[in-house]
Design a binder for this molecule. Structure first.
Ligand code: SAH
Length: 239
């Protein structure tokens, strides 16, 4: 937690928050702050700044916050991901939030196990928790939006063409002939397949909707590895 993300319910006055639970534990045992110390904070979907600890007990801490800095620029990326297995989903959500992705679509695909859709990690509360961990890692406040589409064909035929308007659209698919481009830095949509890959039919449907198939070389990466590798190849995050 390189920044404590603050929610409306944390505010007890315009510039004062009370934190308990996970954030309190982290502040005490990892950051080891004392009364009077300052730590980075940010308001969800708002500005970032510093919080000064004015009270610290076993059960809560109270901070006076000054929020006067903008969060980092979001990545211009719409990530369209075949629903991963639950434990991978958690990590991918956190990593995606850390990387600055703000628009995430979880879609069905032939090789997605039906049981994956039953995971409690898809509840609003759990999505928010994992995205929060990713934002706190990055020092960002802009909460990504997650859209869930449990049917592949209606999504690809009815929604995807409009979603891709004005964007360069790619599907990462091993064995295809075009290498993944670099230095895009303009609105982009990227589809990533499930552990077993997209089927040839699905790749054709994604291409018909406007996606270009691209590869990352002969090594097959796990989805959780493919996400950061693709993002760092596509965008110049450190410029
Ligand atoms: N079993 C599949 C690979 C699935 S890897 C196969 O052999 O084709 C899961 C997803 O990660 C893929 O659908 C793709 O979107 C992405 N991916 C992993 N490695 C890749 C590579 N070398 N090139 C392009 N995409 C890759």
């Amino acid at each position: 937690m390189n920044l404590a993300l603050l929610f409306d319910e944390d505010f007890v006055a315009q510039n004062r928050v009370v934190l308990r639970g996970r954030r309190l534990e982290h502040i005490k045992s990892i950051l080891r702050v004392s009364t009077g110390d300052q730590l980075p904070v940010g308001r969800v979907n708002g500005q970032m700044g510093l919080g000064k600890v004015i009270k610290l007990t076993d059960s809560e801490t109270e901070l006076v916050v000054v929020l006067d800095q903008q969060p980092p620029t979001p990545l211009p990326l719409t990530l369209i991901l075949a629903m991963p297995r639950p434990k991978m989903l958690r990590r991918i959500l956190q990593t995606s939030a850390t990387l600055g992705i703000k628009d995430i679509w979880l879609i069905n695909s032939y090789k997605v196990e039906k049981s994956f859709w039953q995971t409690p990690w898809l509840s609003d509360e759990n999505l928010r928790e994992n995205l929060t961990l990713g934002l706190e890692q990055a020092k960002d406040t802009a909460m990504p939006r997650v859209h869930i589409r449990k049917l592949f064909k209606p999504f690809v035929e009815d929604e995807l063409p409009a979603l891709l308007k004005g964007k360069q659209a790619l599907v990462a698919h091993p064995g295809t002939s075009a290498p993944c481009p670099t230095h895009l830095n303009s609105p982009t949509a990227l589809c990533i397949g499930p552990e077993g890959g997209f089927t040839p039919y699905e790749v054709v449907k994604l291409e018909e909707a406007g996606c270009q198939s691209v590869h990352l070389g002969p090594r097959i990466l796990r989805v959780e590895t493919a996400v950061p590798v693709l993002v760092s190849r596509l965008f110049d995050a450190c410029l």
